[in-house]
Design a protein around this ligand. Structure first.
Ligand SMILES: CC(C)(COP(=O)(O)OP(=O)(O)OC[C@H]1O[C@@H](n2cnc3c(N)ncnc32)[C@H](O)[C@@H]1OP(=O)(O)O)[C@@H](O)C(=O)NCCC(=O)NCCS
Length: 164
């Protein structure tokens, strides 16, 4: 399995349904435009039997990090402003849920962000876990920010050591 960049001429965005309308709509109406402006990158996991079918997707970008919302230990380590890699969206189509695709997409996204951090340097990865997915991310080592329940982070150091 591998992810490819969203190609609106190839991928059937209208058929994608993860059960969360704002995420479906993002993929349909925003993802391609945002990529064209170099604001985000959206990666697609295709169904191998029919590559126009979208199994799942995630969207990556960067985000400023509120230092006050980090645990004390990390605040001490990073006293001035930092940016984080952001998993802005991640979703699996209803037809493919519960088969390990979400886990696979998350690991793939973290590998890409780790690789990016080797070039541009940023110390944490943030995820927007709206729509009740907070526990999904906690299972993979993410911690909630102090100020927002549905915003979580993991350090690049922890990602690196989990892949070593
Ligand atoms: C959350 C989501 C990506 C999980 O995808 P999935 O392919 O069904 O998940 P997987 O089959 O890879 O599950 C991996 C593990 O996470 C658990 N899990 C899945 N969804 C979960 C959720 N919403 N909360 C807590 N745990 C969850 C599974 O039980 C499984 O655990 P196990 O290995 O102990 O059995 C998917 O349900 C989805 O697209 N939801 C709607 C969109 C969304 O909420 N996205 C996240 C916010 S942007």
């Amino acid at each position: 399995m591998r992810t490819v960049l969203l190609d609106k001429a190839k991928h059937d965005r209208n058929r994608f349904n993860c059960g969360v309308e704002p995420l479906n709509n993002y993929l349909k109406f925003m993802a391609s435009q945002q990529a064209k402006k170099d604001n985000t990158r959206t990666f697609i996991l295709e169904d191998e039997a029919n590559q126009s079918n979208i199994v799942g997707f995630y969207t990556l970008t960067m985000t400023p990090v509120d230092l006050n919302a980090l645990p004390d230990k990390l605040q001490k380590k990073h006293p001035s402003s930092i940016s984080g890699g952001l998993i802005a969206r991640l979703a699996v189509d209803e037809r493919y849920k519960g088969k390990g695709k979400g886990e696979w997409l998350l690991i793939d996204a973290l590998k890409k962000l780790l690789q990016a951090s080797n070039t541009v340097g940023f110390p944490i990865v943030v995820v927007d876990a709206k729509h009740g997915a907070q526990q999904f991310y906690e299972k993979y080592g993410f911690t909630a920010f102090r100020d927002a329940e549905n915003k979580l982070f993991i350090t690049i150091a922890d990602i690196r050591s989990s892949f070593d």
